[in-house]
Every structure is written in C-alpha cells, then in structure tokens.
Write a protein that binds this ligand. Structure first.
Ligand SMILES: [Zn+2]
Length: 357
C-alpha cells in the first residue's frame, strides 16, 4: 500500500476532489520567460503540440520525489549561460497539448497562462502566438506587460489586446523587465499598469521575490517584498496576485522574515492575493501556516517545474499543516481563483461563456 506522502497516494486523494470541484493552476508560462521566444512549428505528430526541434515529445509522467530536482531553473542557477540553456531546453515543446497533458496528469481542470516579454514588440507577438498555439477551453490567457510603452500607452495596449483576444490577466515580472519599485520612472509604469488593469478589469500577476543569475545584477531583486511595499496596489480595484507569495529565490530564513511584510500588505490592500508557485516545501509550509488561506491561490510555475510535482508538493505540505486539508485545498485551488475570475467576469460579460466558468 502506498505511503501517505507518495505521489500515487496524494494523486488519488486529490483526483477525488477534482471530480466535484474545478481545480486551477493559476501560474503557467506558455513560453520561456528568459528568451520570450514564441516561434514554434506545429508538430505533425499531435494537434496542439508545437516544437523547436525534431526531438520527440514525451508527455509528463509521475516521478517519485516532490523536492527540487524538478525545478530546472534552480538547477542552472549558478551561471547565466546555464540558466538560459536550462530555460530554453524546458521549452523545446509547448502548446495546448503540452499544458493539458500536464493538467491531466495532476488531475487539474484549468490553467492561467502568463507570458513574459523582455523586449519591445514581444508582448504583441506572444498574443498572436498564444491565440494559435493554446486554443483550448481549459486554458485562460494572460498578456505580457508591454515593455517599452509609455505609461500613457499601456491602457491603449491592454484595451486593444482585450478587444482582440479574450485575456484575463496581465503578467508583470519586475526582475525580468527591469522595473524597480524604488525608482520613480519604474513606479510610474507599474502604477499605470494597475490603473489600466483596474479600468479594464484584468487580473495583474506580479513576480514576487528574487531571480538569481539574471543580468543586470541590479534587477534581480526588484520583486522582493521590501520593494513591493512602495507600490500603491489599490490603484487597481481588480485582483492583484503576488506570485510565489513574494518568496521566490529566498532562503528559508529570508522567507520567514518576509512573510510579515506580505501580511501587512494584505491588511492594507483588500485586492491583493498571493500564489504558492514554485516554493520549496519548507517555504511553502511557512506560507500555509502564516498567511490567511483566503488570500492564497495555487500555482505551479510550469513548465519550469512539472505541474504534478508543484501540485503534489503543495498537497503534501497542506496535509501536514491544515486541520481541514480538503476544505483548504478547495479554497486555495478552486474557490479563491474562481473569486478572482468572477470579479473580473462580472465587469467583462464577453468572458461569460459556459466553457470558461
Ligand atoms: Zn513564474
């Protein structure tokens, strides 16, 4: 008989819940976030599969361990070239087929796609590429923050993206786009994005924490919580999700000292939420113990970590810290993301189709 912490056991437990609740992964990257490369060829082998090379696509399969070996980015964290290579290899294959294969293995229903663009013009290309490559009712599309636009042009860009495509969210990765909340010009762009997202009813997802290895060195810590406190998050009335609970790339001690900052932000701004994506078990444990579970949303950070691995790690830790793990799991992976979606759907009737409820 499998042990209670083994992937097979955990998966059976959550699949039961998934049969009655719509479970979401709210943090999936459709393309490599470091290169922003969205040029793929459709594969002849399978509908919805897109590839960079002729190498064979292998659907994800369940491994045995839940810890960090599945995190390809941290494996290459010691040098920029290793980091870039690991990131690129992770995205040899992508498309609706790849993401839904991951969701199926984990027993999850839907995913929110978060593209990241680091140079001007790429956000636009990604909208077109996403539309083609990720056609599936289970995939909710986000839009990358449009690097290079002035604060005045951000609203127009997002409005036109929303008119042409069904987008639910905008992803703002402060480390990868070089926006420092301590700097006035950067803050103006961040706050213009919040105002635009509020008026268009879009969710904003902000990277929270450090990104090791990236250049320039200065931008590695733009997303840490002591800097995020400089932003007026109430400029958007729509939900704003701080990814990784603000703890990406932090040591356990740093995570412990940063979580009170997250809680202060939650007290101050009622539209703020946090996702649990790609945290090691110890950091995740502190997040689940110290942060109000009504403000948390499950996310994986795929494909940098297989969805099943992030999901089962989350489930495993939740079972250790919660007295009502079923209720909390449904809250964090279903009710909380649905509440975010409902709040923007009420204002965007075109998103109210039966397939995306
Ligand atoms: Zn991410």
């Amino acid at each position: 008989m499998p042990e209670p912490f083994e992937p097979g056991f955990l998966l059976d437990w959550v699949r039961d819940l998934g049969s009655s609740e719509t479970l979401y992964d709210f943090h999936v990257h459709p393309f490599d976030v470091l290169t922003g490369d969205s040029n793929y060829l459709p594969s002849q082998a399978s509908l919805g599969l897109y590839s960079k090379s002729s190498s064979t696509y292998h659907p994800p399969s369940l491994g045995t361990g839940l810890e960090s070996s599945g995190n390809r980015l941290s494996a290459g964290a010691n040098s920029l070239s290793a980091f870039l290579l690991a990131s690129r290899i992770t995205y040899t294959h992508t498309g609706a087929k790849v993401i839904t294969d991951h969701l199926d293995l984990a027993g999850l229903a839907k995913a929110l796609l978060l593209p990241v663009a680091r140079t001007p013009g790429i956000a636009e290309n990604m909208l077109d590429a996403s539309d083609q490559m990720f056609q599936d009712d289970r995939l909710l599309h986000g839009c990358a923050f449009p690097v290079g636009k002035s604060p005045d042009d951000i609203l127009e860009f997002l409005r036109s993206a929303q008119e042409k495509r069904k987008i639910f969210a905008v992803k703002l990765h402060l480390n990868l786009v070089g926006l420092n909340p301590l700097d006035d010009k950067s803050r103006e762009l961040i706050e213009a994005t919040l105002v635009a997202a509020g008026s268009l009813n879009l969710i904003v997802v902000v990277h929270g924490g450090r990104t090791p290895s990236i250049e320039p060195v200065d931008s590695r810590e733009n997303g840490i919580l002591p800097r995020l406190v400089r932003i007026n998050w109430s400029l958007s009335s729509s939900p704003v999700i701080l990814a990784h609970a603000g703890c990406y790339g932090l040591t356990e001690e740093e995570a412990i000292s940063n979580l009170p900052i997250l809680n202060d932000l939650f007290d101050k701004y009622h539209n703020l939420m946090a996702d649990t994506s790609n945290l090691e078990s110890n950091a995740l444990k502190h997040v689940l113990e110290k942060v109000d579970r009504n403000r948390l949303i499950f996310g994986s950070d795929a494909l940098y970590i297989p969805i099943w691995k992030a999901w089962l790690r989350f489930v495993n830790v939740l079972r250790q810290v919660s007295s009502k793990p079923e209720d909390d799991l449904v809250r964090i992976a279903s009710l909380n993301p649905r509440r975010c979606l409902d709040s923007i759907r009420m204002a965007n009737p075109f998103l109210l189709t039966p397939s995306n409820t």
